[in-house]
Design a protein around this ligand. Structure first.
Ligand code: ACM
Length: 273
């Protein structure tokens, strides 16, 4: 199976241009079976008020970006995971990722762990965590800051994900390394599609850290982009390698878990220090 990412530099507010650029790059990667695109890749990231969301968001799957991606997925025979600003009403928006296949729209994932000021603009997704069987591989989806919560990747892996698709707009330099940990501890592949460039709005500038990557169940980086380039990269993988959870002859990544000791993970209370 050929899986990859598209790293590019969306221009804030120019949905038409960003959509066209994403389609150009999807066509460039047409030999891949699965391509992951960045978070919010049609709208840009740094919103300053909710009116902008009304303007730059779209219904899923009936909006123009999802429709155009459905057409290009059919044309290229590719599965696409792409970040989009989703409108459910004139007041409610999600930071979402659509999953589209050669036969059309499959589902939308709504980001569960919102980062920083996203909380002022988006509603948080409510789950549940889902797995999609694409045939050669089962995939799960996380969006950007979801990486900070290892529980999420773990649950997706426990549900059978061979690959975690991870659209991102990373501004901190930590996630790329952390996703290697998500790969080794769960014995899965991950594909992080980050964006490059900056959003400059009012007095704020956010620069995105690129370095999109594909990681393996043995913690190898199979492909990585630079911090600045616009690029499509894909590699051939054997997704079934993610189904071997043996760490040593005597250790199984999942069966060795001591769940009887993990009860605090299911409580929100934290001990105040
Ligand atoms: C992020 O979640 N976009 C940092």
């Amino acid at each position: 199976m050929k899986v990859g990412f598209i790293q590019f530099n969306p221009v804030f507010g120019d949905v038409k241009r960003n959509l066209e650029r994403s389609i150009e790059l999807i066509r460039e990667g047409a030999d891949a079976d699965l391509l992951v695109l960045p978070e919010l890749c049609t709208s840009g990231y740094l919103f300053t008020d909710k009116k902008e969301l009304q303007k730059l968001s779209e219904k899923v799957p009936t909006g123009p970006s999802t429709k155009a991606w459905i057409d290009v997925a059919r044309e290229t025979n590719t599965y696409i995971v792409a970040g989009i600003c989703e409108k459910v009403s004139e007041t409610d928006f999600y930071n979402s990722a659509v999953l589209i296949g050669p036969d059309g729209f499959i589902d939308v994932y709504r980001k569960i762990h919102l980062f920083n000021n996203e909380k002022n603009f988006f509603k948080a997704g409510t789950g549940p965590f889902k797995i999609y069987d694409l045939g050669p591989a089962k995939i799960g989806i996380m969006v950007c800051f979801d990486w900070y919560f290892p529980e999420m990747a773990r649950i997706l892996a426990l549900h059978g994900a061979d690959i975690i698709c991870h659209p991102a707009n990373l501004v901190l330099p930590f996630s790329q390394k952390t996703m290697l940990a998500r790969s080794i501890e769960n014995r899965i592949f991950t594909i992080t599609a980050n964006r490059v460039g900056s959003d400059i709005r009012l007095n704020t500038k956010l620069t995105f850290t690129g370095q999109s990557q594909i990681t393996s169940p043995k913690m190898a980086v199979l492909a990585q982009a630079s911090e600045v380039e616009e690029v499509v990269k894909f590699v051939t993988i054997d997704p079934t390698l993610a189904r071997n959870k043996m760490v040593t002859a005597n250790n199984h990544a999942f069966l060795d878990r001591r769940v009887e000791l993990y009860a605090p993970l299911l409580k929100k209370d934290i001990k105040k220090s």
